[in-house]
Design a protein around this ligand. Sequence first.
Ligand SMILES: [Zn+2]
Length: 275
Amino acid sequence: MLATDLINLASLIDDAKCFELIRHHRWPNGVRCVKCCGGSVARYGRDDTQRHRQRYRCKDCDARFDDLSGTVLAGHHQPLRVWVLCLYFMGLNLSNTQIAKELGLNEDDAHAMATHLREGRCRRLKGAPGRGALEKEKPPILGLILRGGQVVLHMLDNVKQVTIKPIIDRCVAKGALIYTDEYNIYDRRPAWGYKHNTVCHGRGEYARDEDGDGHCEVHVNTMEGFWSLLRSWLRPHRGISQEKLPIYLAFFQFVHNARERGKALPGALVATLVA
Ligand SMILES: [Zn+2]
């Protein structure tokens, strides 16, 4: 075996820096008590096994906690740098098998870590993963994308208007112009307070120049392009159960949007776990 085979990325990364990253995102304005939220906190030694993991004591309520208390990263035996790298590789869309190889883990461990991170992040952002219509092979997914910008994805229990309206209300400003395909579920959008334009794929129409300026502004190509991106993103994770699909969608949505905002992935991903 070559010596280089023994080097994995985790061995090149500094645990101290990873804990700094956690503290920076968790307490951007200084450490606060995890119990009473007070800002009067004293350092209280280091963790016995992870020497960069700082412990604290709250001067108000006497609570003891540390850098990871109350986060999904607490209570695991892998070094923090392995968790942070695992998260980063997930952001780059490596499969669990590839992550295991890169980090020198066995596949079961890598799978458990990736699952734990996906679910932890998903809970923080959206509440518990929703119950899908498990009996169906291909669940309906609603996608909303701002041209050249952020995306929102939702797996739907059904394609009724009562299911879709609250999602659109939450994500789209009233009066905004929405382009869709001609699927009739969207028919009520004018009544819901949105302007509305439709491309009729059924008529072989994919873009239309409505105001005659030579620019085909009525199209849904942004979202169509996104669907093909999503299909290739999901490909390495063969056989995702329908129950887990919303978690993968939430993760993909997050990574896409972090990149749209020009954020570097490791920091953005860590921030959602601990902020
Ligand atoms: Zn306290």
